[in-house]
Design a protein around this ligand. Structure first.
Ligand SMILES: [Zn+2]
Length: 413
């Protein structure tokens, strides 16, 4: 029987999500997302930009968290342009970086429109090759080569791009549907062609300008796995990303697990734990300050709500009349205990008594008052840094890795 590939997830919230107009994340929140993505069994987190000064402390601190085992399995990867100068700067700033994705435009329309005749396709290939080799020389274990605007790039040029990157030592190719212009059938056929011609792992990076980001990603992934190669779907939390967003992480997993056809045809990395969806989706919404739409797949308020006569009657008789999956599948269903009476919180202007009370309640203990005071000071700064009440998870991270959190929050120019 013919070999079938598998689907792995690469979440790009901490790169594509945060670069989006009008939304942003504090570095502490980016760190929490890396931790939660790791807990969820996601293969890789595109953690940020190693060439940007204000990212450097955060990236190095997260690489340190991985060394200490606080981030266990996930690949923490940086993103930069596919030019040797950027690659060199990335490793100068972040010497422990092991995974890098490098990006360059490949479509005629972008090469003409952006580079204005200064460079052509062969210059792109040259820059790609030098960048891959530089990254490998400087210690990269994996390098992904991103073709920006791949969906509007001639297929033969993409094959040339892939084979040339493969030859230079790259590990994966990212097919960027940068403008969200592909449709499911087109991408399925194009990815199949690329897979058969190159037998090289392909990442799907699809945008949602036509409301098809998930459908297009899955169709591309199906084309890849049917050709016998592994594929990687790029996702973001709650679909945040440039313009109309990227492919939503939770919807992507739901489709691979519960779509009648996809669940049999497109196997998902078995490390992925959908039960973490509720926790991570809600945290991202909180950290980004963007409410989750009521009708969001899996994590929206109405995802399991039934009111109209026929639906409520049917759901009461057998939930499978109107639900594909259960609240428990996405980590919902537990009653939430929100404090509605007296509450002690800690933060920017908090003191030691209140802080220790909060810590006791969530199971954080200290050797002595001195240790507690040191962490309290950091908690005050962290609250200033995130500008919103700290979550239990954030307090936990601050208390267990105070020195690293200090580094993460150091973003002075
Ligand atoms: Zn993108």
């Amino acid at each position: 029987m013919k070999k079938t590939g598998k689907v792995y997830l690469i979440d790009v919230t901490n790169r594509d999500g945060v670069q989006t107009s009008r939304i942003l994340l504090p570095k502490l929140s980016k760190t929490m997302l890396n931790i939660y993505l790791d807990e969820m069994g996601v293969f890789q987190s595109e953690m940020g930009f190693p060439t940007i000064k204000h990212e450097v402390n955060y990236i190095n601190a997260n690489l340190e968290l991985a060394k200490l085992g606080a981030i266990k399995r996930i690949h923490l990867e940086g993103w930069c342009r596919a030019i040797p100068e950027d690659v060199k700067l990335s490793f100068k700033n972040c010497p422990d970086l092991k995974h890098l994705n490098i990006s360059i435009s490949t479509s005629d329309i972008m090469i003409r429109g952006k580079f204005q005749g200064r460079i052509g396709f062969q210059d792109i290939i040259k820059s790609l090759n030098e960048s891959v080799k530089t990254a490998k020389e400087l210690g990269a274990e994996t390098v992904g080569i991103n073709a920006e605007d791949a969906s509007r790039t001639d297929i033969n040029k993409l094959i040339e791009f892939i084979l040339s990157g493969k030859e230079a030592g790259a590990d994966r190719f990212r097919y960027c549907d940068t403008l969200g212009t592909d449709d499911p059938i087109t991408i399925y056929e194009r990815i199949k062609t690329l897979a058969i011609a190159t037998m090289f792992p392909i990442e799907m990076h699809c945008h949602n300008d036509l409301g098809m980001a998930e459908a297009v990603s899955h169709a591309g992934a199906q084309g890849a796995v049917e050709s016998g190669i592994n594929t990687y779907i790029n996702t973001t939390l709650n679909g945040y990303g440039e313009r109309c967003g990227n492919c939503d992480l939770v919807s992507t997993i739901l489709a691979l697990k519960f779509s009648h056809e996809l669940k049999n045809k497109v196997p998902l990395d078995e490390h992925v734990d959908l039960k973490k969806a509720w926790k991570i989706g809600r945290y991202a919404s909180y950290a980004f300050n963007i409410p989750i739409p009521m009708n969001q797949p899996g994590v929206g308020a109405n995802a399991f709500a039934h009111e109209s006569g026929i639906h409520a009657d049917g759901a009461l008789k057998d939930r499978r009349n109107y639900e594909l999956y259960d609240p428990e599948d996405v980590g919902r269903g537990e009653p939430e205990l929100a404090e509605t009476g007296r509450i002690i919180t800690t933060g920017e202007y908090g003191g030691i008594k209140g802080f220790r009370h909060v810590c006791d309640k969530i199971g954080i203990s200290f050797k002595n008052d001195n240790d507690a005071r040191k962490v309290l000071e950091l908690v005050q700064y962290a609250n200033l840094h995130t500008q919103k009440p700290l979550t239990d998870g954030e307090l936990w991270l601050i208390a267990t890795h105070p020195d690293i959190v200090k580094q993460i929050m150091t973003v002075n120019p």
